[in-house]
Design a protein around this ligand. Structure first.
Ligand SMILES: Nc1ncnc2c1ncn2[C@@H]1O[C@H](COP(=O)(O)OP(=O)(O)OP(=O)(O)O)[C@@H](O)[C@H]1O
Length: 257
């Protein structure tokens, strides 16, 4: 693997909350156009890792590199411009606005208030509309383009959240438990979407459902107590004695068979 194959990497990344070490010495290499999952028991530091990557918390040590640029000290909004997008929960959607309008605003990186501005250029608007169309097609939401986002089914809303992240043309998409609270059918659609995204995006996601993780990940990083425990493709992680021990000790829930 050469440096240009890596979209996002960390070296020696650490986060402390007061005296508590939530993340320590984390080295991560996320391959471009791959699906990479982070798993581990509650409190392992997965969310802290995401917060450090998006700029929500500042690391106490180490570095973060995105497409060759050191972004360790950049603000969260600058990171979005550099190409990191986080798929937020349903609350990030504007429920009274149409699906297409939600995506158009996301493509412009704007709130509805800013989008009302009269000085918005026609070209920027056209390109945002084109992006919204492409994203809806990819997500299978074209047929609900004119429906208010708040009227979509739960599964459709969750796919739209992913679309909101895609609309900023990110190089890396972070997803925090993309299938949590979903029924079986919606889970299958989300799995297919993530796998599809991995063809031309880099996807990093936190997930508790082991069936999904083993099924769609190219690489899995297992965390425990703020550190990396094991990393590799699903077959390697599944067979690893340390991971097996963690499962047997109920440190990680779910079925790894
Ligand atoms: N703001 C904070 N202040 C103090 N401690 C925190 C803070 N946020 C998280 N922690 C602690 O850091 C540790 C790691 O938490 P984190 O949320 O990153 O774990 P996680 O792997 O995402 O867990 P889960 O699967 O339960 O979401 C936990 O022990 C948690 O209590």
């Amino acid at each position: 693997m050469t440096a240009s194959d890596i979209a996002l990497s960390t070296r020696g990344l650490g986060v402390t909350y007061g005296k508590f070490v939530a993340l320590a010495e984390m080295d991560l290499d996320i391959r471009r156009n791959s699906v990479h999952s982070i798993i581990g028991p509650n409190g392992a530091g997965k969310t802290t890792m995401f917060h450090a990557l998006t700029g929500r918390v500042m690391p106490s040590s180490g570095s973060i590199t995105l497409n060759g640029t050191d972004i360790t000290r950049t603000r969260d909004d600058e990171r979005v411009r550099h190409g990191i997008a986080r798929s937020f929960q349903v609350t990030s959607l504007f429920p009274t606005l149409e699906v297409a309008e939600n995506l158009r605003l996301a493509a412009q990186g704007k709130t509805p208030w800013q989008a009302l501005a009269p000085w918005r250029s026609a070209d920027a608007n056209r390109s945002a509309l084109a992006t919204a169309d492409q994203v809806m097609e990819r997500l299978g939401l074209t047929h609900v383009a004119r429906r208010p986002a708040g009227e979509l089914s739960h599964g459709q809303q969750r796919r739209l959240e992913v679309g909101m992240a895609m609309a900023s043309h990110p190089s890396v998409i972070l997803m925090d438990e993309p299938t949590s609270g979903m029924g079986v059918e919606d889970i299958e659609e989300m799995k297919a979407l993530i796998r599809d995204l991995g063809r031309d995006h880099t996807v990093l996601f936190i997930e508790h459902n082991m069936g999904i993780v083993m099924n769609i990940s190219d690489t899995i990083t297992v965390m425990r107590l703020g550190r990396k425990l094991v990393e590799g493709p699903p077959a390697v992680v599944r067979a690893d004695p340390e991971v097996q021990r963690a499962y047997l000790g109920n440190m990680i829930t779910g079925d790894i068979a």
